[in-house]
Design a protein around this ligand. Structure first.
Ligand code: EPU
Length: 345
């Protein structure tokens, strides 16, 4: 284990925020993780767990130990004619893993192609796209529980998966995910219900073609982080109650909405931001992408402060027009390396 000092994290977070870690270590084994946690304890440092950095807002300076999880490996645990169970190291690249499953003719994750980030982050916000969520195919998550000082396996039920939510969101700073076990299908069951996916897939109804179409749709409207640094959808799609929705629908009949259980309605945040005039707009060097208003882009070396000014201005505009508070998706860290709640404007 080699702990480095004063390490620049700009290339390790997809928003490209400049952020210097006082201490930084890459770990590729469970033992190295324990050693890193020990080092932090000895030096009285907090630990910030870094994965693919695709869903994080980092401050300019972090007085903590940043532990970059690089545990690799894909291991087949069980296989029968219907299912295959695979355990995947948290440090594996998500998209490469999805492509690998398709090559192996293991099915389920094709709708989740091209999502940036690493496998270990997939359960945290229960990544989802085109009608599928990672939690639908996760069997267990292997973690180090920092509260109980032991490695544990959490079942999917124990992970409390919901829309962009899990136990890991409820207990920030507690669990370090070391690997994720997926139960995938041997016979494809294509999920084509979202938007115009069915039309895009057309007559060639195979998992390979589904994956190709998902990639094409994403490439057509989502910015490539290596060209336009971003963190994917910047806000969650808000869920409001039925009476609020009815009130809005009278004024805005085109409001895209998705009925939820318990008389709740999910609203498309991208549409709200678009209608509030923010699509393709910038404040300084930070703006909302021209082809998908839900994605915030760092156009030139922005600091966290500049990102916050832009997203708070967007929140304000949406609040004024629709009386809806948008909640940011990326996790915000303070200068001591701890997760902290967002303050809205
Ligand atoms: N819309 C607009 N203007 C925009 C963007 C969207 O009017 O600028 C409208 C669209 O026309 C559509 C609706 O809003 O009627 C929904 O748009 P879209 O299908 O693009 O999906 P989304 O709700 O904006 C969600 C996820 C994405 C995921 C897509 C596809 C969230 C917060 N975002 O976006 O996830 O890829 O659905 O399933 O749930 C991510 O989390 O990083 C991400 C990209």
């Amino acid at each position: 284990m080699e702990v480095q000092q004063q390490v620049q994290l700009q290339k390790f977070n997809t928003l490209n925020l400049k952020s210097t870690a006082a201490y930084y270590v890459q770990i590729s084994t469970q033992q190295a993780l324990l050693d890193a946690l020990d080092f932090a304890k000895q030096h009285q440092l907090n630990c910030l767990i870094l994965s693919g950095g695709s869903n994080m807002l980092l401050p300019e300076s972090i007085q903590a130990l940043v532990i970059h999880i690089n545990i690799r490996g894909i291991e087949k645990l069980e296989e029968n004619e219907n299912h295959v169970t695979v355990c995947v190291g948290a440090g594996e690249n998500w998209h490469d893993f999805v492509l690998y499953t398709t090559q192996q003719q293991w099915y389920g994750l094709q709708n989740l192609a091209l999502i940036p980030g690493r496998v270990g982050a997939s359960p945290v916000q229960n990544i989802g796209a085109y009608g599928v969520e990672a939690g639908d195919f996760i069997e267990t998550v292997q973690v180090y529980d920092r509260e109980q000082s032991q490695f544990k396996t959490l079942t999917a039920a124990e992970c409390h998966f919901a829309y962009r939510h899990s136990i890991f969101k409820d207990n920030p700073n507690r669990f370090v995910i070391v690997s994720v076990t997926f139960k995938l299908l041997k016979v494809a069951d294509l999920k084509l219900g979202y938007g115009d996916l069915r039309t895009a897939v057309g007559d060639e109804q195979t998992a390979e073609n589904l994956q190709r179409q998902v990639i094409a749709i994403r490439q057509s409207k989502l910015p490539d982080p290596s060209v336009f640094p971003n963190a994917g959808s910047f806000f969650k799609n808000p869920v409001i109650n039925e009476s609020h929705y009815q009130q809005l629908a009278q004024q805005f009949p085109k409001l895209p909405h998705y009925p939820q259980p318990n008389a709740q309605v999910k609203i498309a945040a991208g549409w709200l931001i678009d209608q509030a005039g923010w699509k393709g707009q910038r404040l300084g060097v930070v703006g909302m992408f021209e082809k998908q208003a839900l994605v915030l882009v760092n156009y030139a070396d922005a600091t966290l402060n500049e990102v916050q000014q832009t997203y708070q201005a967007v929140q304000h505009a949406v609040q004024q027009k629709f009386n809806i508070t948008l909640e940011p998706e990326p996790v915000l860290f303070n200068g001591l390396g701890l997760i902290q709640p967002h303050v809205s404007n």
